[in-house]
Write a protein that binds this ligand. Structure first.
Ligand SMILES: C[S@@+](CC[C@H](N)C(=O)[O-])C[C@H]1O[C@@H](n2cnc3c(N)ncnc32)[C@H](O)[C@@H]1O
Length: 250
């Protein structure tokens, strides 16, 4: 049975909630007497943050741009034409360009990693990195299977990084580029990215992972590697496990 979060994330509900939320914030700030600029900025930021809940890239753009566009069309305020670039800047902050190449914001399902500790055992205190940790769903799923691990997340987007730090106070979250991060200090690097990302991840993992460390990838296999194990707990979301030294098959 779908849970309440799944229902709330069903399109177009995220859009309607984000637009209504932005208008509420805007109306409240206007009544509180704050300047037009501040009210517009805060309401746009609220909409842009909520836009990460919309599934695809173009939906997120539609959600994030919805409030300023509706404000513009309503004629409620008159601003210079360049001022309407503000939402674009805000969307770029929430979802920076270079992450568009890697993976849009899709979360790890809560149950997807069940059984992983048996297939890829880790000692208590082992260090795990969620490379591109988004809103922390992967970290939460990892914590449920490795409750004694030291969990780390790196995320390119500043707002997502901040939200994940709130959602996962037991993990060490930082903003940064996962490709520039040092993977050699971790006992497991967890990825939920895109098929196109995997060859680069294989090269980096081959160069950096210590013998015995794990590369784990949700959904997308490393086509060049022989998996040590594959978990198939959630339909359509296999977990591909590779233990270093990684074994190339081509
Ligand atoms: C599909 S989401 C997965 C989120 C999380 N790992 C999970 O499984 O729930 C991919 C995330 O990777 C982030 N990302 C993509 N490229 C990145 C990079 N080069 N450095 C850091 N984060 C990146 C994106 O911003 C996005 O939040």
């Amino acid at each position: 049975m779908p849970n309440i979060l799944t229902l709330l994330l069903r399109w177009p509900l995220p859009a309607l909630m984000a637009w209504a939320g932005s208008w509420l914030v805007y109306g409240f700030l206007q009544r509180a007497g704050v300047t037009l600029w501040l009210a517009l900025s805060v309401a746009t930021v609220a909409g842009a943050l909520l836009s990460v809940l919309a599934g695809t890239f173009w939906r997120r753009i539609a959600v994030a741009a919805g409030f300023p566009l509706s404000l513009l069309l309503s004629g409620a305020v008159s601003l210079p034409a360049w001022a309407w670039l503000l939402p674009l800047v805000i969307v770029a902050l929430v979802y920076p360009m270079n992450t568009w190449r890697d993976a849009p914001l899709f979360p790890t399902p809560a149950e997807a990693l069940t059984g992983m500790a048996t297939s890829a055992p880790l000692a208590p205190g082992a260090s795990i990195l969620d490379a591109g940790c988004g809103l922390g769903h992967g970290l939460r799923a990892l914590r449920s299977v490795y409750p004694q691990a030291a969990l780390n997340g790196i995320e390119w987007s500043w707002p997502l990084r901040a939200l994940t730090a709130l959602r996962c106070p037991w993990a060490r979250i930082r903003q940064g580029d996962m490709w520039a991060a040092d993977w050699s200090v971790h006992d497991m690097v967890y990825l939920f990215q895109r098929p196109e990302t995997m060859p680069r991840a294989v090269d980096k993992a081959s160069a950096e992972l210590r013998p015995g460390a794990w590369l784990a990838s949700l959904e997308f296999p490393a086509e060049d590697l022989k998996p040590t194990a594959v978990l198939r707990t959630v339909e359509g979301k296999p977990v591909w496990l590779y233990r270093a030294p990684l074994q190339r098959i081509r």
